[in-house]
Design a protein around this ligand. Structure first.
Ligand SMILES: Cc1cc2nc3c(=O)[nH]c(=O)nc-3n(C[C@H](O)[C@H](O)[C@H](O)COP(=O)(O)OP(=O)(O)OC[C@H]3O[C@@H](n4cnc5c(N)ncnc54)[C@H](O)[C@@H]3O)c2cc1C
Length: 395
């Protein structure tokens, strides 16, 4: 086996999955994560089709099932919290059969635990430069001493640092879809029982769903916006943006915004997709959102991250670490699947966040009719079908 020392940037979904499989295949991965410890929080993510198989091969299926959110229903409500339309959570999120839903933070924790104690982690650290030559990649860090690795893999998300260092400016690859998303944990003050409530006004969605066995809730917001200029590390500034965007809105929005100021796991980002012609440059490759973010509107970002990490590690093993061949094969496995995942974001924005009162009414009318449609699975099962469209080969 050649090229055994591998640096992975990012420890969320793609990073630890990659580290797990690389370690299992005989490589020596090191993970560098900018956060001081494993990041909690985030929304409920769907794990479908091929990604369920990856989880099963990691021996984590029982644990993922035991942490599944079990959200049963989504109700669309008016300002007085009266239901105007509703459907099952599976139908809303396009889940079928063995598909699962789990909180991102719970999944990241399970994946990280599966890499212990074999994998080395550098917390609160970030790569500052990469210089490749025929023998390896010389890496400098913000704090730690420089090191040389055989390969560097970027699993550091939509705003990937590794992509910026090895491929070029984010503006070349990131396409904003015209929305922002925010989510944070809050008290379950509506006593929601495995339920999600969504409240729309033109161009805005505010939602709340129970989590962790109804012991808490997640507040979630999507709103239409042109590109916003803000510091991605300045959480307070992001909270101010959200507060301004929702000022004067009804339903329980004022209570949620008040709780927001104390939220420890506040998440805010643009809803964007990443498109690159190639996911590797020499000894550096990208995986997960860093390579091909499909956006939360696709509901497939986690599937793509799990499956991509599995193939990348597997192909490196299959060719004894011969990375140009492995990187090319990894892309071959993933390209069509990623295209389907990105396509599945489609017009979901218009469905989640209708831009006019008329469109909100039209959407609600469609939801009310959905249960009577014999072909309803054709309409709601798109993501599930896309998630099954790739074969997980054994390595
Ligand atoms: C805390 C958190 C909450 C999230 N919540 C949502 C949500 O509510 N809705 C949604 O659609 N998506 C959310 N996501 C993104 C979602 O997890 C991904 O779309 C998907 O699961 C693919 O995962 P990924 O591992 O490729 O990327 P991500 O999950 O984005 O993980 C990237 C990781 O890289 C780390 N990182 C970033 N920069 C550096 C750097 N310079 N050096 C080292 N590490 C770095 C990040 O801290 C993070 O741990 C969230 C991600 C995180 C980290």
């Amino acid at each position: 086996m050649r090229n055994k020392t591998i640096l992975i940037s990012g420890s969320s979904v793609a990073g630890p999955t990659l580290a797990y499989w690389l370690a299992r295949h005989g490589f020596r991965p090191t993970v560098v994560e900018r956060a001081a410890s494993l990041r909690e929080g985030g929304y409920a993510v769907d794990v479908r089709g091929a990604a369920v198989e990856v989880i099963e091969r990691m021996g984590l299926l029982t644990q993922v099932r035991s942490l599944a959110t079990e959200t049963e229903r989504t109700a669309y409500v008016d300002a007085d919290n009266r239901q105007v339309a509703g459907l099952t959570a599976d139908a809303r999120n396009g889940r079928e059969g063995d598909d699962l839903e789990i909180m991102r933070g719970d999944l990241a924790r399970l994946l990280f635990d599966a890499t212990q104690p074999e994998v080395e982690y550098l917390w609160g650290e970030s790569v500052t430069s990469l210089v490749q030559d025929a023998d390896g990649v010389r890496v400098t860090f913000e704090k730690a001493a420089p090191r040389t690795f055989d390969l560097v893999l970027g699993a550091d998300g939509l705003h990937s640092n590794i992509r910026g260092l090895a491929f070029g400016a984010e503006s070349e690859f990131v396409k904003d879809l015209g929305y922002y998303v925010s989510i944070f944990s809050t008290e379950n003050h509506l006593n929601l029982d495995r339920q999600e409530l969504c409240y729309n006004t033109p161009g805005k969605l505010a939602a709340m769903y129970s989590a962790n066995g109804n012991s808490e809730a997640k507040a979630q917001f999507y709103f239409t916006s042109d590109k916003l200029d803000y510091d991605r590390r300045d959480t307070k500034a992001q909270k101010r943006i959200l507060a301004e965007a929702y000022a004067g809105e009804g339903w329980v929005v004022p209570q949620l915004l008040e709780a927001m100021w104390d939220a420890k796991d506040f998440y805010f980002d643009s809803v964007s997709q990443v498109r690159l012609d190639s996911w590797s440059r020499g000894r550096v490759a990208l995986v997960g959102d860093a390579a091909h973010c499909a956006s939360p509107l696709s509901g497939m970002g986690t599937d793509l991250a799990l499956v991509g990490a599995y193939f990348l590690a597997g192909e490196l093993k299959a060719v004894g670490g011969d990375y140009p061949i492995a990187f090319a094969r990894y892309e071959q496995h993933m390209r069509d699947y990623v295209a389907k995942g990105q396509k599945s974001a489609g017009d979901n924005g218009k469905w989640f966040v209708p831009e006019t009162k008329g469109m909100i009414g039209f959407r609600n009318q469609n939801i009310r009719m959905l249960q009577y449609m014999p072909w309803k699975n054709m309409i709601t099962g798109g993501a599930s079908r896309a998630a099954k469209s790739v074969d997980i080969k054994a390595y």
